[in-house]
Design a protein around this ligand. Sequence first.
Ligand code: SF4
Length: 269
Amino acid sequence: MCEDLITLTPRLANTTVHVPELPPSFDPFSFERRATPEIELPRVVAHGSVPAVRCGGEQTVRVVVTERVFTGVAPKLTPRSDLQPEAIYEELRVHEVDPRSDFTMDEETQLLSVRDGLDLAPLPAFRLLAATLRQRGCRHPILLKDTLHPAELHSPRLTLLHSAAVIGALLADGIGDAILVRSEPDPMAALRLAYNILQAAGCRSFKTDYVACPSCGRTLFNLQTITARIKSRTDHLKGVKIAIMGCIVNGPGRWPMRISATWVGRRAR
Ligand code: SF4
C-alpha cells in the first residue's frame, strides 16, 4: 500500500508543469466547505419516478456517473438500493475549463469542472480552479473528477488509491459539490467507489462505518479476526460508526469522541 502511494506521487502532484501560484481557496488549518448556490440537477430515471436531486449549497455531495456506467448499473438497481446514480454527466450543463487560462461562463452553466486532457494532475488543477474562482468572486458549484485522462487504465489497486487520494483530498479542502469517478472500468465498482470515497471523507453515510486500530505493540488479541466477527454481526447498521480499539489507551477513554465504540482488548502490561 505504501509503495503504491509512493508510485502515485508523481501523478498526484505536478512536478514538471508550471502552475500559477494563487492564495488557496481554503484554510489548511480549519475545514469550511466552499460556499456555492443550490441548483437542481436533471432527474435520473432508473426505476419509476424519482424526486429531483439538488446539489451545492447545504446539500450533500452528489454522485454523478457517465451514461456508460448508468447503462451498466440501471438493471441492477431498485428504489431501495443504497447506491444510486444521482446525475448523468452527459446530461449536465458542465462548463469545463483550463484553470490556467482566462475563461467565461454563460447563464446556462450549472457546474464548473476542469477540462479533460490537460497536462495538469487533477488535484492541483481543481485547487487552482477553486482559487481562481475565489479570486473572481465566482460561486459556481464544482464537479470533481478523479482523472482528466479517463482512457488510461491502471491496476485496480492503483485506480482505487488514485481516485480516493484525488477526490478525498479535495473534499477535505472543502472543494466539490458533486463527484465523477471514471478511472474504474466496471460500472458497479465505479458507483460503489464513488460512494465509498464520500463515506470515507465523512460526506455521506450509506453503510456501517468501521474504524479499527492499526494494532501497535499494545494489542493482545487478533485484531483482524475480531474485526471480521464484529463486522459480520453489525454490517446492517447503516449510518452507525463503530470504533474497534486494540487496548485501553484508546478504548473506553475515547468513547465520548465516538458515536459508538467497542473495546475488546485486555490491559497491556
Ligand atoms: S488503540 Fe491501542 S492498540 Fe490500537 S494502535 Fe492505538 S494504542 Fe495501539
